[in-house]
Design a protein around this ligand. Structure first.
Ligand code: SAM
Ligand code: SF4
Ligand code: SF4
Length: 346
C-alpha cells in the first residue's frame, strides 16, 4: 500500500507542477519502431547543464523527477545525476530504462546515490522486429536491480504480434510481486509517422480486461484505474471528457534544455526562462487531446481535474487499509489468546 504523501495532496489542489521528465540524453542503444524520443545527432547534455536544469525544475515546484531519454543509462554521469537530483529534495527520483546497460556495480551505485525507482521497459518475452525489449534478454537485469535493493517496476508497449507474450510477461512479474503494466502504443504527433493502433483487434480489449481482473484481485498491476478505463474508451472510439494539463501539472525537459509540455508537444523555449505563470498558461485544453496516448499525463490531468473524487478515493483507500489492519491485528491477538495453554494457568 502506497500512501499519498502530503506533497501529492498539495499538488492535487494547488497550482504548482507535480511531475517532470528530464531527457538526460537522446542517444539510444536500441531503435524501437514505435519510438520518436531518441536522436543520435543531438549531443548529450553535460552534468553541469543537467544540474542547472534540475535545480530550475525543483524551484518551479516539481515533486517527482523521472530521468529518461533516449537511454538514460548511456549518460556517463547518470549516477551523479541521480545524486544531484536527490540532494535537491525531490520526493522521488526515478529512471525509465531498457536496462540493457545495467551492471551490478551501476545498480549498487544508483542505489547508494538515492534512486527511488527503476522502471524497466519490457514489451515481450522474445525480441521482435519492432522491439528488442524482451524479458529473455533482461531477466538478469531485473535480478541485478532487485539484489541491489532498488524498487523496480516493469512497463511495456503492447505489440500486436506478441500479445500472448505480454500476458506471460504480466504473470512473470506478478508472480514476483513486481508492479507491471502494458499499454497501447501512442501515436507520433511530432514526425507524424504511422503508429496507428489497430482498434479492430479484439485481443487488445481482451488483454486490458485481463489487467483489469488482476488489478481487482489486488495484484500489482501498476496502471491506474483512470488509465485502464481510458485505454478501453480509446479502443472503443468513445469520446472522453478531460482537460490535458501537460505543461501545467506535468512537463518534459529535452536533452537540449527545451521545455516540452509533453513528449509529443515540443517548444524551443529554454527551461531556464520558464516561470510559474508560463506553466499556469498551460492549464487549458489542447487541440491534440483527441486519442492522446500520453497516459502519464492523462492520469495526472484526470486526478487533478477530478480532485474531489481523487481525494475521496484516496481517503477511502487509506481508511480501508487502516481498519483492515486494525481488524486483522485484533483477529491475530484473539487467535493467539485462544491458543494459549490455559490448562497451565489453572
Ligand atoms: C522513450 S522511452 C525512454 C527510456 C528507455 N529508453 C526505455 O525504453 O525505457 C520511455 C518509455 O516510453 C515508451 N514509449 C516510447 N514510444 C512509445 C509509444 N509510441 N507508445 C507507447 N509507449 C512508448 C517506451 O516503451 C518506454 O517505456
Ligand atoms: S529503448 Fe527507449 S528510447 Fe530507445 S528506441 Fe526504444 S523506447 Fe525509444
Ligand atoms: S493532449 Fe496533452 S498529453 Fe496528449 S499529446 Fe497533446 S499535449 Fe501531449
Amino acid at each position: 500500500m502506497r500512501f499519498l504523501p502530503l506533497a501529492d495532496i498539495t499538488r492535487i489542489v494547488d497550482s504548482k507542477p507535480w511531475k517532470a521528465h528530464l531527457y538526460v540524453t537522446e542517444h539510444c542503444n536500441l531503435n524501437c519502431s514505435y519510438c520518436n524520443e531518441h536522436d543520435e545527432s543531438i549531443p548529450s547534455p553535460t552534468l553541469s547543464q543537467l544540474k542547472q536544469w534540475m535545480k530550475k525544475i525543483r524551484d518551479l515546484g516539481v515533486v517527482y523527477l523521472s530521468l529518461m531519454g533516449g537511454e538514460p543509462l548511456m549518460h556517463p554521469d547518470i549516477v551523479e545525476v541521480v545524486r544531484q537530483a536527490k540532494s535537491l529534495g525531490f520526493e522521488g527520483v526515478g529512471i525509465v530504462t531498457n536496462a540493457f546497460l545495467l551492471t551490478k556495480e551501476m545498480a549498487s551505485d544508483l542505489k547508494k546515490a538515492g534512486l527511488d525507482a527503476l522502471t524497466v521497459s519490457i514489451d515481450s518475452i522474445t525480441p521482435t522486429q519492432s522491439s528488442k525489449k524482451a524479458l529473455n534478454l533482461v531477466k538478469n537485469k531485473l535480478e541485478i536491480a532487485r539484489d541491489a535493493g532498488i524498487y523496480i517496476a516493469v512497463t511495456g508497449v503492447l505489440l500486436e504480434e506478441r500479445l500472448d507474450e505480454s500476458e506471460q510477461l504480466i504473470d512473470y512479474c506478478l508472480a514476483r510481486a513486481i508492479p507491471v503494466q502494458s499499454r497501447l502504443v501512442h501515436q507520433d504527433n511530432v514526425f507524424r509517422r504511422g503508429m496507428e493502433l489497430d482498434r479492430s483487434n479484439s485481443r487488445f480489449e481482451k488483454f486490458l480486461n485481463m489487467e483489469r481482473e488482476r488489478k481487482k484481485l489486488g495484484l500489482a498491476i501498476s496502471s491506474s484505474w483512470n488509465i485502464i478505463d481510458y485505454q478501453q474508451a480509446l479502443l472503443h472510439g468513445k469520446p472522453v471528457k478531460w482537460k490535458c494539463l501537460a505543461g501545467y501539472k506535468y512537463f518534459f525537459v529535452s536533452s537540449q534544455g527545451h521545455f516540452w509540455p509533453c513528449s509529443q508537444l515540443r517548444t524551443e523555449k529554454s527551461i531556464m526562462e520558464i516561470t510559474g505563470e508560463d506553466l499556469k498558461s498551460y492549464n487549458t485544453a489542447k487541440s491534440c487531446q483527441n486519442n492522446c496516448g500520453v497516459y502519464c499525463i492523462y492520469d495526472v490531468s484526470k486526478t487533478v481535474g477530478d480532485r474531489r473524487e481523487s481525494l475521496k478515493a484516496e481517503i477511502k483507500r487509506q481508511f480501508l487499509f487502516y481498519t483492515g489492519n486494525i481488524f486483522s491485528s485484533l483477529w491475530f491477538q484473539f487467535r493467539e489468546i485462544t491458543r494459549l495453554p490455559w490448562k497451565y494457568f489453572r
